[in-house]
Design a protein around this ligand. Structure first.
Ligand code: PMP
Length: 406
């Protein structure tokens, strides 16, 4: 992995070399992505789709090439199934609104899981409030895996959609989405996968998974902020109404009413983030140039190495220890003598003072954190540029923090 592509990794924080272990929140960007943004604004910036002039055509071509690249990246059947959004949250809100308008009514049920990010809870709660629908969640077993037996019992004729995270942003556990999709499909219930934490770390093939929808963010996969994707199977997207109006989503507008554009433009109201899609395309190419095999094995090895180091430290509790994870580990540190939890913010602050960036708190998954019965966790999360020297620096800094706080 070429760390030198990521200029920010040479930065110092509080006089110490930066050790960036907050990739689940957002990843750093390689030179190729940063340069693409400069190139776009310096050489071809122009609004897309509506212009006959040269620059507009160049910009349009870039946006549509990016769509094709993203479609190939997740193995969608067609680029028409790729809707550009602002990110995972925007994708899930769009789906909740649009699907809710078309297919959900009073007394119907939506199922999420007990470990979702708020972005895969709140849009469904809003839909439920609007439509008098019931939001249910798959309970967790003692080992923090999903209780699929309970899930089977929850599926019924009122269930209108299942939406689950592929990888938990708190625990890092890779969820059994294949099984969830099979069980739901047996009852003809569509499934949406929140891929915010999976698409950056593992090969996600929407045809192999057979998911009906997939949401993910560009900024977590080495791309820019403000661009994300809602993938939907064509047969679903065709049936869904647009969630926003204006711009390129129309076919004709008359005072009597409006007809809508074809896929995927029906879902892209207003000026799309065409510079973002261009830079996302570069991020996709960057990941492809490394290849999934190298990327996945590098991050798996690093996660296992880190978990082994962490579990050797007394009074550290790792959540979902020894379960297959995609680049995320959550833990808490206890004060051995007093048997009390050291607040994750205190650990995070002392790590930061040593140049180590981790995330602490509820990680936008309060129901899961409540379930764990703690005020929050400390989370380390890896990207392709991290290596064992980062883990060693983090472990040394953690031991120091622990000593200071005990
Ligand atoms: N779902 C999961 C599992 C996430 O980890 C995140 C980001 N932390 C989101 C959704 C929301 O992503 P974004 O903020 O990019 O919309």
């Amino acid at each position: 992995m070429n760390r030198s592509d990521f200029a920010i990794l040479k930065e110092q924080v509080h006089g110490r070399p930066l050790v960036y272990l907050d990739n689940a929140a957002t990843s750093q960007k390689p030179r190729q992505v940063v340069e693409a943004i400069i190139e776009a604004y310096s050489t071809w910036n122009s609004n897309i789709h509506r212009g006959v002039h040269h620059l507009s055509q160049v910009a349009t071509a870039h946006h549509e090439e990016a769509r094709k690249a993203v479609a190939a990246f997740i193995n969608a059947r067609s680029s028409d199934e790729i809707v550009f959004t602002k990110g995972t949250t925007d994708s899930l809100n769009a789906l909740a609104f649009s699907y809710g308008e078309a297919f959900v009514g009073e007394g119907d049920e939506i199922i999420v899981s007990g470990l979702e990010h708020h972005s895969n809870i709140v849009p469904w709660q809003m839909l439920c409030a609007r439509k008098k629908t019931v939001l249910r969640h798959i309970p967790l077993r003692e080992d923090l895996t999903l209780d699929l037996e309970a899930f089977k019992g929850m599926l019924n004729e009122r269930t209108k959609l299942v939406s689950v995270a592929h990888v938990s942003n708190v625990l890092g556990i890779i969820q059994p989405v294949e099984e969830i999709i099979c069980l739901a499909h047996e009852k003809h219930i569509p499934v949406c996968i929140d891929g915010a934490q999976s698409v950056p770390h593992m090969q996600v093939d929407v045809q192999a998974l057979d998911c009906d929808f997939l949401a993910f963010s560009g900024h977590k996969m080495y791309g820019p902020t403000g661009i994300g994707v809602l993938y939907g199977k064509r047969e679903w997207l065709e049936k869904l109404p647009p969630h926003e109006g204006g711009g390129e989503m129309i076919e004709h507008v008359r005072w009597e009413g409006t007809t809508y554009n074809e896929l995927p433009y029906k879902f892209e109201a207003g000026t799309p983030n065409f510079v973002g899609s261009y830079a996302l395309h570069k991020a996709v190419e960057y990941m492809q140039s490394i290849g999934w095999k190298a990327l996945e094995s590098h991050e798996r090895e690093l996660t296992q190495y880190c978990e082994a180091q962490l579990s050797a430290i007394p009074d550290v509790h790792i959540y979902a220890a020894n379960q297959p994870k995609a680049g995320v580990i959550s833990f808490n540190v206890y004060n051995g003598q007093l048997s009390t939890l050291i607040h994750p913010f205190d650990i995070g602050t002392l790590l930061d003072q040593q140049g180590v960036a981790v995330r602490t708190g509820h990680h936008c998954a309060e129901p899961l954190i409540d379930h764990l019965g703690v005020p929050g966790t400390v989370r380390v999360s890896f990207g392709l540029y991290n290596d064992k020297t980062d883990v060693d620096a983090f472990i040394a800094a953690l031991k120091k923090a622990q000593m200071m706080l005990s």
